[in-house]
Design a protein around this ligand. Structure first.
Ligand SMILES: [Zn+2]
Length: 98
């Protein structure tokens, strides 16, 4: 069965329309999905003000998941944003996928 990458994304993450699978790697019996979100504006969790100012990113590796005879590992590119509202008590916040 041949599956297009964008179809695979909507199949695996139906509630996350902004997620992109960057890469899928097979290492032994381990499938590694590298993902990131493409959302440009993200609301601050404290003041709800939308932010487009990136402060950096890092890769988060949640626990491995079993799937048939494979171990599935997710590499999530987490972006950190700066809250753009001057009077907000939260300076930065992270977005993994949404
Ligand atoms: Zn804020």
């Amino acid at each position: 069965m041949k599956v297009r990458m964008n179809s695979l994304t909507s199949l695996l993450f139906p509630s996350c329309p902004d997620v992109v699978i960057e890469d899928v790697t097979l290492e032994g019996n381990m499938l590694i999905f590298s993902l990131h979100s493409t959302r440009r504006a993200v609301p601050c969790p404290v003041c709800a003000s939308p932010s487009t100012r990136l402060h950096g990113s890092y890769v988060r590796k949640p626990a491995d998941l079993p799937c048939l005879e494979y171990t599935v590992r997710l590499h999530l590119r987490v972006r950190r944003f700066l809250c753009q509202k001057r009077e907000c008590q939260r300076q930065t916040f992270a977005l993994a996928i949404s």
